[in-house]
Design a protein around this ligand. Structure first.
Ligand SMILES: Nc1ncnc2c1ncn2[C@@H]1O[C@H](COP(=O)(O)OP(=O)(O)O)[C@@H](O)[C@H]1O
Ligand SMILES: [Mg+2]
Length: 201
């Protein structure tokens, strides 16, 4: 048994993350939105992306639905599959951070352990945003009709109804979308990104 049974060696590139960040005039980082379905993760992430792009920043949104159409289309919603979904997203996000991109992710990511693991994969430039709205509010919005279908028993293991959601204990930002307007939420996220020094290399 060798110490490197799969014969893998990382190739050290001459161009480093900090070179790319200098080129872009920003820092690579992950802004991780977590919350119930319908809490507003996608809406806020895309609105923040629009604002950052208008300000000349390179961003990329990783959104649950699109990722599940491609990278994670083999996965379902069992606890193990949800964990693997988030693990893969964490690895992709880490690559984009290395590319110097401001990554905005919109996944329910119901398990605290999975979010913690992403934090470990990504490192210090991980900002957790709790997109918080009461279940009744999310269910009342029901933008994709999923709550109605879950209540009708057509969707198993639906977060908030038949599967758990573990709220972040110490999020970097706590948004309450039941009482805060979208514009206010977007500004709060943008201000935090700026305050963390992510908008300069
Ligand atoms: N303050 C707010 N922030 C984000 N979305 C809001 C807010 N208030 C109302 N909404 C509405 O709530 C819904 C959230 O849906 P979506 O962003 O798809 O949620 P998620 O991605 O978390 O499942 C949208 O219809 C949006 O217009
Ligand atoms: Mg969404």
């Amino acid at each position: 048994m060798t110490s490197n049974p799969r014969n893998l060696t990382r190739h050290a590139g001459a161009v480093l993350r900090r070179d790319r960040e200098r080129l872009l005039g920003q820092r690579g980082a992950v802004i991780w939105f977590t919350g119930l379905s319908g809490s507003g993760k996608s809406t806020i992430a895309h609105a923040v992306e629009q604002r950052l792009t208008a300000g000349g920043r390179l961003t990329y949104v990783l959104d649950g639905d699109s990722i599940r159409h491609g990278l994670c289309k083999d996965l379902g919603f069992t606890p193990a599959d949800r964990s693997e979904n988030i693990r893969r997203v964490g690895e992709v996000a880490a690559l984009l951070v290395d590319a110097g991109v401001l990554v905005l992710t919109a996944f329910i990511s119901p398990y605290g352990m999975d979010r913690q693991r992403v934090r470990e994969i990504v490192g210090t430039d991980f900002v957790e945003v709790f997109v918080d709205a009461p279940l009744e509010v999310c269910e009342g919005r029901d933008p994709k009709g999923l709550y109605r279908r879950a209540r009708a028993g057509e969707i198993a293991e639906f977060t908030g109804i038949s599967a758990p959601y573990e709220p972040p204990e110490h999020p970097d930002l706590h948004l309450r979308t039941g009482s805060q307007a979208l514009a206010e939420c977007v500004t709060a996220v943008h201000d935090l990104i700026a305050a963390r020094g992510l908008l300069r290399a």
